[in-house]
Design a protein around this ligand. Structure first.
Ligand SMILES: *[C@@H]1O[C@H](CO)[C@@H](O)[C@H](O)[C@H]1NC(C)=O
Ligand SMILES: *[C@@H]1O[C@H](CO)[C@@H](O)[C@H](O)[C@H]1NC(C)=O
Ligand SMILES: *[C@@H]1O[C@H](CO)[C@@H](O)[C@H](O)[C@H]1NC(C)=O
Ligand SMILES: *[C@@H]1O[C@H](CO)[C@@H](O)[C@H](O)[C@H]1NC(C)=O
Ligand SMILES: *[C@@H]1O[C@H](CO)[C@@H](O)[C@H](O)[C@H]1NC(C)=O
Ligand SMILES: *[C@@H]1O[C@H](CO)[C@@H](O)[C@H](O)[C@H]1NC(C)=O
Ligand SMILES: *[C@@H]1O[C@H](CO)[C@@H](O)[C@H](O)[C@H]1NC(C)=O
Ligand SMILES: *[C@@H]1O[C@H](CO)[C@@H](O)[C@H](O)[C@H]1NC(C)=O
Ligand SMILES: *[C@@H]1O[C@H](CO)[C@@H](O)[C@H](O)[C@H]1NC(C)=O
Length: 397
């Protein structure tokens, strides 16, 4: 699993404004409360949702727990409270919540608290700067207890009754990750909206993938790699390999079983050199505290290979990083927007592999062409937080 600091704020924008107003309530003492619409989980494998008359159950494989979501106007909600190692109850729709933005994210009208201001979403930054969202330490349990729910994706944090584990990153494919919008939707009774967003995203993603993989032309080989403490390694996260496949590329041969290359070891360096001579595209994922100064020369310096004449990804300018949008040097939109809008990441990769020159990248910047990151600024938020955001649909076909 990918443990980089991550965020998923966009999903909440998709649901914003639906949170309060589109709920299928029946007021009064009616025993049967309508749940409204249903979400069926089609692709994601780590959560399931089941529906009763006045409640829902989310089975969450990420923490092995079942969340019992009780409609706030049902009798069961007033009578029942669970907090065991296997079952937790929440009264829905949540009247407020907070999220651990150190490791992931969230937003909506009822978002009231975050645990880090390093978020790559201009609209969350705007809410925070405007005082609508409070920042607090994620070890402040007294504070956390004040929210109807606290969403987190950090397994190491000591659990509490109102904690809900939200981990799209646990899934293996880009679409599976995006489908976690239905998880959030269930807490807000906005299943219809969550389904609508996911369907639009999925349809667009599959359309782009179909065209890309149908190409009969040469399939460029892609290496995702990162450098740490003198050692290069190839990253082989499932979702990344899937992106390359779906974009019509070829992944570095899985039969290359050696995965780490110490640049001060001449044999390692020779082998790394040879492998890199066979790839057309390199995506450099190296973590850096200073992305603005991470340039082609940083890459070359870390690589430590003198003769680069066979590196077509340099001569053919196809050396990339996914830090085009960044906030306070650490929060990348790749870990936020790209998770809820995988169709945009896929469209970027198709352009990386088969450049048309007639496309503006959302997440990637070309190191070989000297492109630099752009800072996310609260001023870039051009929406009222009560206006739901629509997924961006890429022209396809
Ligand atoms: C359920 O979804 C359908 C179609 O998306 C919509 O027409 C209907 O109003 C929704 N019902 C509720 C209770 O939200
Ligand atoms: C249930 O939640 C809705 C939406 O937040 C709210 O309008 C309503 O007053 C709540 N009902 C009860 C009984 O708490
Ligand atoms: C949060 O609180 C913990 C324990 O009180 C402390 O060690 C940590 O430095 C705090 N973090 C921040 C960002 O203030
Ligand atoms: C969240 O909502 C609950 C239930 O309505 C309320 O008791 C609590 O004070 C609220 N917390 C915050 C931080 O607004
Ligand atoms: C895929 O390629 C075949 C043969 O080149 C073509 O007939 C078909 O229309 C293509 N499909 C799509 C979705 O582009
Ligand atoms: C890399 O190799 C050098 C020299 O052999 C060694 O000193 C260093 O510890 C190695 N680094 C790692 C991370 O293994
Ligand atoms: C260089 O990039 C072009 C597309 O810009 C591609 O058609 C060509 O195959 C690439 N050449 C190599 C050697 O990768
Ligand atoms: C990083 O970039 C800034 C501004 O371009 C520059 O002032 C600074 O010296 C650079 N730092 C390093 C370590 O190169
Ligand atoms: C570039 O993209 C625009 C918008 O998608 C399209 O209308 C135009 O035809 C494209 N131009 C070329 C040369 O492909």
């Amino acid at each position: 699993m990918d443990l980089a600091p991550s965020s998923w704020l966009q999903a909440f924008f998709f649901l914003a404004s639906f949170w309060f107003f589109k709920c299928g309530y029946v007021h009064g003492a009616t025993p049967a409360v309508k749940v409204g619409n249903f979400s069926k989980v089609e692709d994601a494998v780590n959560f399931h949702i089941y529906y009763g008359q006045t409640f829902k159950v989310i089975k969450n494989a990420a923490d092995g727990q079942s969340y019992l979501l009780l409609q706030n106007n049902s009798r069961i909600a007033t009578r029942t409270k669970y907090c065991t190692s296997r079952i937790k109850s929440f009264v829905i729709p949540l009247s407020n919540y907070s999220v651990d933005t150190n490791y992931f994210p969230g937003l909506l009208e009822s978002l009231k608290g975050i645990t880090s201001d390093s978020v790559a979403s201009p609209c969350v930054l705007k809410l925070y700067k405007g005082g609508q969202v409070e920042l607090f330490n994620n070890s402040d349990y007294q504070k956390l207890a004040q929210f109807s729910s606290y969403f987190l994706s950090d397994y190491d944090q000591q659990p509490a009754c109102n904690f809900a584990t939200f981990v799209p990153l646990i899934e293996d494919t880009p679409l599976q990750r995006a489908e976690w919008i239905k998880f959030m939707g269930a807490f807000a009774n906005v299943e219809a909206r969550a389904n609508q967003v996911y369907n639009a995203v999925k349809e667009n993603y599959l359309c782009l993938a179909k065209i890309a993989t149908n190409r009969t032309t040469f399939k460029p080989t892609v290496a995702w790699m990162n450098y740490k403490n003198g050692v290069w390694s190839f990253t082989k996260n499932m979702y990344q390999l899937k992106y390359v496949e779906d974009a019509g590329g070829e992944n570095l041969d899985a039969s290359i079983n050696k995965n780490t290359y110490n640049v001060t070891d001449p044999d390692d360096l020779e082998e790394l050199h040879a492998i890199l001579c066979t790839v057309e595209v390199v995506i450099d994922e190296t973590l850096t505290s200073d992305p603005f100064n991470y340039t082609l020369s940083t890459f070359i310096q870390n690589l430590n290979v003198e003769d680069r004449s066979c590196f077509s990804f340099i001569t053919n300018t196809s050396l990339w990083r996914y830090d085009k949008w960044i906030q306070s040097s650490v929060a990348l939109d790749w870990y936020n927007g790209a998770i809820s809008q995988p169709q945009l990441a896929l469209a970027d990769l198709v352009e990386v592999l088969f450049p048309t020159g007639n496309y503006t990248m959302t997440y990637f910047r070309n190191l070989a062409k000297g492109e630099t990151p752009t800072n996310v600024d609260p001023e870039m938020c051009d929406r009222d937080s009560s206006t739901p955001m629509e997924p961006t649909i890429v022209a396809c076909g």
